[in-house]
Design a protein around this ligand. Structure first.
Ligand code: 5GP
Length: 209
C-alpha cells in the first residue's frame, strides 16, 4: 500500500433497489475495505443477519443513541430511522482501512460535512422501469404502498446525483464494481493527493506509481 495514502471514507449512494449492496460485495473482490454497519429501526428482512446487515434497534434505542451523540448521521426513510454511528467509521479508519458506507443522499451530504475528503459515488439504474422491477424482484415482503414510497423517494434522490464525485450506471454488477475500483485508484492519483509523494522524491527517496 502507498504509505502516503490515508484511509478513506467511501460513500456508495443511490436509490433503494439500485443494487448498492450487491455492488459493494463485488467491490470486496477487488479491494480491501470494511463496510460500515448502520443502525435501523426497520424490521429485519429474510436473509439479513443481525449486526452484519444492520444493528436492528427500537425507536427508543435509536433516539437514545442520537441523544448520547453516538451517531455521525441519521435519516428517516420510509418511516424508519437509519443512521451511521461515529465508531462504525472512526474505528475502521483508526485501523488504517477504508470504510464503505451504503447510505442515502441526505446521509451522504452529512458525511461530506464531517469527512470532506470522502469519495462519494452515486449509482444510477439503467432506467426507472428497471429500478421498479428490481424493487419488486427483491421480494422483501414490502407492500405496494412501501414500494411506491421507495419509487417516489428514488426520483428525488436521483435528482441529487450531480452533487456526488462520481456517477456510475449500475448495468452489470461486475462492471460497476470495476468502474468504482478504477475511479478510486484514479482519485488517489490526483495531484492534491500526491503532494507527500513529491516531498518524498525531493527528500531522495525512490517512489513508485
Ligand atoms: P434498506 O431498507 O433498503 O436497507 O435501506 C433503505 C435506504 O436507507 C437505502 O438507500 C440505504 O442505503 C439507506 N441507509 C442504510 N443505512 C443508512 C444509514 O446509516 N444512513 C443513511 N443516511 N442511510 C442509510
Amino acid at each position: 500500500m502507498d504509505k502516503t495514502k490515508q484511509p478513506r471514507v467511501i460513500v456508495i449512494a443511490g436509490p433503494s433497489g439500485v443494487g448498492k449492496g450487491t455492488v459493494i460485495k463485488a467491490l470486496k473482490k477487488l479491494r480491501t475495505f470494511r463496510i460500515s454497519v448502520s443502525h435501523t429501526t426497520r424490521n429485519i428482512r429474510p436473509g439479513e443477519t443481525e449486526d452484519i446487515s444492520y444493528h436492528f434497534v427500537t425507536r427508543e434505542q435509536f433516539r437514545g443513541l442520537v441523544d448520547e451523540g453516538v451517531m455521525l448521521e441519521t435519516t428517516i426513510y420510509e418511516g424508519n430511522y437509519y443512521g451511521t454511528s461515529r465508531t462504525a467509521v472512526e474505528d475502521v479508519l483508526a485501523q488504517g482501512q477504508d470504510v464503505v458506507l451504503d447510505i442515502e443522499v441526505e446521509g451522504a451530504k452529512n458525511v461530506r460535512r464531517v469527512y470532506p475528503d470522502a469519495i462519494e459515488f452515486f449509482l444510477l439504474p439503467p432506467s426507472l422501469a428497471e429500478l421498479e422491477q428490481r424493487l419488486r424482484d427483491r421480494n422483501s415482503g414490502e407492500d405496494e404502498q412501501t414500494i411506491q414510497g421507495r419509487l417516489a423517494r428514488a426520483r428525488e434522490e436521483i435528482a441529487c446525483a450531480p452533487e456526488f464525485d462520481y456517477i456510475v450506471v449500475n448495468g452489470t454488477v461486475k462492471q460497476t464494481a470495476a468502474v468504482i475500483d478504477a475511479c478510486i485508484k484514479t482519485h488517489f492519483l490526483r495531484a492534491k493527493e500526491r503532494a507527500p509523494l513529491v516531498d518524498r522524491l525531493l527528500d531522495g527517496e525512490t517512489i513508485t506509481l
